[in-house]
Design a protein around this ligand. Structure first.
Ligand SMILES: Nc1ncnc2c1ncn2[C@@H]1O[C@H](COP(=O)(O)OP(=O)(O)OP(=O)(O)O)[C@@H](O)[C@H]1O
Length: 986
């Protein structure tokens, strides 16, 4: 901002100005004389004009001419005086303007405004320069001549000044207009940005799927100097400049051979070159990372952080069709990857990485993802996909389809001769570097080379070309500082005959030996008898860790096991630090380093140590019983307050629901299933719909981690137990009789109180899968036992009633045992609309983002209009019907009974405060605030299908009674359930 405008672009500079002052002094010698002059002047002019008129027609032309001249001189003097005033005003205006422009040069002025100020200043300068010569007086030093010239030029100067004034005003107007337009554009852009950010934030994704997220071994990449050939091959493929180069690269190999480490190294190298589009590292122990449905949404989010144009297009796509995020992989790819990518001009390779695809929850889904990639990626130039997995049959099959030669490149780590020749050297280097580091750190004898080359060679040989061996060996030798390095090394080197399993063949023979060696150290000094305290403790602790569906924090795990303390667990795992990550903090999770260990220890052929071998049948039963015990403990003690809460939030219908289950009525539409036809005779569990597998676990802050685990996973342990086990059947029957309904109520409450539509459906689906699978397990036991039959019937009845409660319009179509994934589309639309209604907080946040003033009563009205606009834009039907006539007053808001109750309950522990000025109501949950805000703007979002009307939260209950009286002919519950279920959603 170096340009400056000088105000005196007028001719009245310096001496001129002085001259003016002098003139003014001589002309106006004081207030009195001025007054006199101004009083006399019109009289004189009038007299002269009268004389001029009387001289008309008289033969004295000179006299008339003289009078005319005098009149002209007087007029010119007036114009000149006016010019002086105008000039003065202009000067003042310029000075003001310059002051104002100066104030706009402050550091906090937005760049756009600075730009406009600069342009405006330049314009003013130009103006001043162009007019200065015209207004400058000739320098004549004679005062009389000066005055004469001034009088002669008075009219011209007047015109010039007028033009100048006009031009200046025009410049000012231009400046203001440009500022306003720029501001509007900025606001608009900002709003679009906020809107896009809000849309993108709704995309369901796996938060920790990127290669940068923490992993079990600290996210290590290949040790420099190792895997040179593999890395080069992959990099050449990835960065090949031909856009038609095979777009898919599949790296496969045995467990623990080092695929993930290679993928991570490639990812970090491509990332450094800005060629990495996104990564998804599948992991079976993580609910989101095992979910293939989240692959494309997660990659899309990662791509959007790379390309702004992609982000904009992605937001538009999701905004116009929000369901595309949860649709089939084909639709997801089209809407989330292909179309947004078309907004980006990709002229260099862009790589997506899918690591450990074999850990995707469902084989079918993995195949579907691969087939989408195989058919779609080739049509996007430069887009490439790098996939790693174990050589599983379904992946091999899926990648074997189609024109594989032109589409994909495959590298099999354990079969490629060149790589196999190199791997020994890599493992040697890895062992050498890692063990030497441990030695130097531990002993400070940095001059000694350790381990001796003979021992090193033995270790290299024993590794069997598996990196996992080398990595575990390094952890075994140096992972526990209290153990002697030499002794640990020697323990590893001794391969005992008994550790060579009978039928063990390559490739895991050496790894199994390593695990057996390590396990033996854990049993040192323990009597070799079966069922002693230590081996039972080992079985229960290690068995639970390897069989549980997801790792628990250390303390929660101890609580889950109940009879073992944190110290017991640490003691048991003391010598197993190379296999398990045992955290120091009890709040951190306890887990295995590598999946190869659970595979090993649960196979009797591989794990020949009888004390250590985990019989999965026995241990699954142990974990199942612990789950039931946890649920029993929770519902037996704490459920009372929870039930109160449930009844408040969902309405009384949950109690009616209980009645229906306990005392079925004639009107209930049960579909009595022919078990043999519907479910088959044996336990053919649908592993895809295993409750543990397809679960977005509900995290309830009132529950501890072990209780949450038990509620979510009890059935996934049940279905792994052999059918017909009488002890399990007995426990299951007890559970169904005493706690199943309470467990189901809890889940229904979760489902109904979940606002996120996808999550809601998932939770519902998982709840039905649990019921179906538990039923299947019982059916597989046969119906001969009376107890079995009644347990089966109780589960089936509960499932029907739950369906009726959740999907009242479609309960006739429900068939027990079928998947519930696809409720008819109209249902989804209606539910989506209801959810739109209640997203008051979302809307409010959005609205507040564009507001600066505090929210007054007018603000509430404006907010309500905003809601109407937004809901209409989103295609909500009958928006006008869901708002009452007047928004409620801010102070003393009448909220529903449930809100008031919440308010009262939550006064002690408020988390959120109503943001409206003068209200100040406090709530514990966003849900309650949401209801409350809805009440402020007069949202009547409770819908009754019985009479097709909307009601406010406070009047829906009253209406229910009237409505049921009107509809005597139809089953009362039907209407009530409808009202209740929808009101409960809110
Ligand atoms: N080049 C390498 N340099 C250093 N460490 C390595 C290297 N390759 C593998 N490792 C280590 O070996 C262990 C096993 O490797 P990784 O997890 O990559 O195997 P994987 O083939 O992906 O196994 P899985 O198929 O079971 O997932 C890890 O602890 C890893 O840190």
């Amino acid at each position: 901002m170096t340009v400056s405008v000088s105000p005196p672009m007028m001719p009245a500079h310096n001496h001129e100005e002085a001259q003016h002052k002098e003139d003014a002094q001589t002309e106006d010698s004081g207030p009195v004389s001025t007054n006199k002059q101004s009083n006399w002047k019109p009289l004189i002019v009038a007299a002269l004009r009268a004389i001029e008129k009387t001289l008309d027609g008289l033969p004295i032309p000179a006299a008339k001419g003289c009078i005319g001249l005098v009149l002209k001189v007087i007029e010119a003097a007036d114009v000149a005086a006016n010019n002086r005033d105008t000039l003065k005003d202009l000067q003042e205006q310029y000075e003001d303007l310059i002051e104002f422009l100066k104030s706009l040069k402050m550091p906090d002025t937005p760049d756009t405004v600075r730009k406009e100020v600069k342009v405006f200043e330049k314009k003013l300068q130009k103006l001043s320069k162009s007019w200065e010569p015209c207004l400058t007086k000739p320098r004549i030093w004679n005062r009389i001549w000066n005055k004469i010239v001034k009088l002669l030029r008075a009219h011209d100067e007047h015109d010039m000044l007028n033009k100048f004034l006009n031009k200046t005003n025009q410049a000012i107007n231009d400046f203001l207009l440009r500022l306003e337009v720029r501001n509007c554009i900025l606001n608009y852009r900002e709003m679009i940005k906020i809107r896009h950010a809000a849309v993108i934030s709704t995309i369901c994704h796996a938060a920790h799927a990127s290669y940068k997220s923490a992993s079990a071994d600290g996210g290590r990449t290949c040790l420099p100097g190792t895997r040179k050939r593999v890395l080069t091959t992959i990099e050449i493929w990835a960065l090949h400049p031909d856009p038609r180069h095979p777009p898919i690269f599949w790296l496969n190999g045995l467990a623990g051979i080092g695929k993930t480490t290679i993928a991570r190294t490639i990812a970090s190298r491509l990332d450094a070159k800005h060629r990495l589009g996104g990564t998804f590292v599948f992991l079976r122990a993580d609910d989101q990372r095992k979910d293939g449905n989240l692959l494309f949404p997660t990659l899309a989010l990662q791509l959007s952080s790379m390309y702004p144009a992609y982000k904009t297009r992605l937001a538009e796509e999701v905004d116009s069709n929000p369901s595309c995020v949860t649709h089939s992989p084909t639709v997801q790819f089209e809407s989330l990857i292909r179309r947004p990518l078309s907004a980006v001009a990709i002229s260099e390779p862009l790589i997506l990485i899918l690591d450990a695809l074999d850990e995707c929850q469902s084989n079918n889904l993995a195949e579907e993802l691969l087939s989408v990639l195989m058919s779609e990626v080739k049509s996007i130039p430069f887009l490439r996909v790098f996939i790693t997995s174990r050589p599983e049959g379904h992946i091999r099959e899926a990648l074997g389809l189609g024109d594989t030669i032109s589409q994909q490149q495959t590298l099999v780590l354990h079969q490629d001769m060149a790589i196999q020749a190199e791997v020994e050297g890599d493992i040697r280097l890895f062992l050498q570097v890692s063990l030497q580091q441990i030695w130097d750190k531990d002993t400070k004898h940095t001059a000694t080379v350790w381990p001796p080359s003979k021992d090193l060679e033995t270790l290299v040989h024993q590794s069997g070309k598996l990196f996992i061996y080398a990595a575990t060996a390094v952890r075994f030798i140096g992972g526990n500082r209290s153990l002697n390095l030499e002794i640990q090394l020697q323990n590893l080197l001794k391969v005992k005959r008994k550790h060579i399993p009978n039928d063990n063949v390559e490739p895991y023979m050496h790894l199994d030996q390593l695990y057996l060696n390590i396990l033996e150290t854990a049993f040192t000094g323990i009597p070799d008898t079966k069922n002693n305290y230590y081996s039972t403790r080992f079985q229960n602790i290690v068995g639970s860790i390897v069989l549980m569906q997801k790792p628990l924090p250390l303390e929660a795990f101890a609580n889950f096991l109940h009879k073992y303390t944190v110290d017991d667990i640490k003691q048991t795992l003391y010598y197993l630090h190379s296999i398990f990550i045992v955290p120091d903090e009890i709040s951190e999770t306890l887990r295995t380093y590598h999946l190869s260990f659970p595979n090993f220890i649960t196979h009797a052929d591989r794990c020949t140590n009888k004390n250590a071998y985990i019989n999965s049948q026995t241990q699954e039963k142990f974990v199942f019983f612990r789950c039931l015990a946890m649920i029993e403990k929770y519902f037996g003690v704490t459920v009372k307050s929870e039930q109160q809460h449930t009844a408040d939030s969902i309405g009384e219908d949950i109690n009616k629901f209980e009645d229906v289950i306990e005392h079925p009525q004639d009107g209930d539409q049960f579909i009595h299933t022919d078990y043999s036809r519907e479910l088959g005779s044996g336990p053919e569990y649908d592993t895809q719909s295993d409750p543990g597998d397809d679960l977005y676990e509900f995290e309830d802050a009132s529950m501890t981690a072990e209780i949450q685990y038990s509620c979510n996973h009890w059935c996934s342990h049940l279905i792994n137990i052999k059918c017909g086990d009488s002890e399990t059947t007995k426990h299951l029957a007890q559970f169904v009789k005493h706690y199943f309904l309470k467990w189901l109520h809890q889940r229904i409450h979760w489902i109904l109180s979940t606002l996120d539509g996808t999550r809601k459906m998932r939770l519902a689906e998982d709840t039905f899968n649990i019921m179906h699978n538990a039923h299947r397990w019982l059916v597989a036991n046969g119906h001969d036992s009376r107890r079995n039959l009644s347990t089966c019937q109780a589960i089936e009845r509960s499932a029907h009633n739950t369906y009726q409660l959740l999907f009242p319009e479609y309960h006739m179509k429900y068939r027990f045992g079928n998947r519930i994934t696809d409720p008819p589309p109209t249902l989804s639309v209606e539910r989506a609309n209801m959810q739109e209604n209640i997203r008051v907080i979302d809307l409010f946040e959005k609205w507040r983002a564009c507001q600066t003033d505090p929210l007054t009563e007018d603000g509430v009205v404006a907010f309500r209009e905003f809601c109407v606009r937004e809901l209409t834009r989103r295609g909500h039907r009958d928006v006008s019907r869901i708002f009452s006539k007047q928004p409620k007053a801010i102070v003393g808001t009448q909220v529903s009974r449930a809100d008031r109750l919440h308010h009262r309950l939550e006064q002690t522990q408020a988390n959120v405060v109503c943001p409206l000025v003068g209200c100040g109501s406090q709530f514990m949950r966003m849900h309650s605030l949401n209801l409350h805000l809805g009440a402020h703007i007069g949202l009547t979002d409770r819908y009754c299908k019985g009479c097709d009307n909307y009601f406010s939260a406070s009047s829906i209950n009253r209406h229910k009674m009237t409505c049921s009286r009107k509809k005597n002919s139809t089953p009362q519950e039907k209407v009530h359930t409808e009202c209740a279920s929808l009101s409960a959603i809110n």
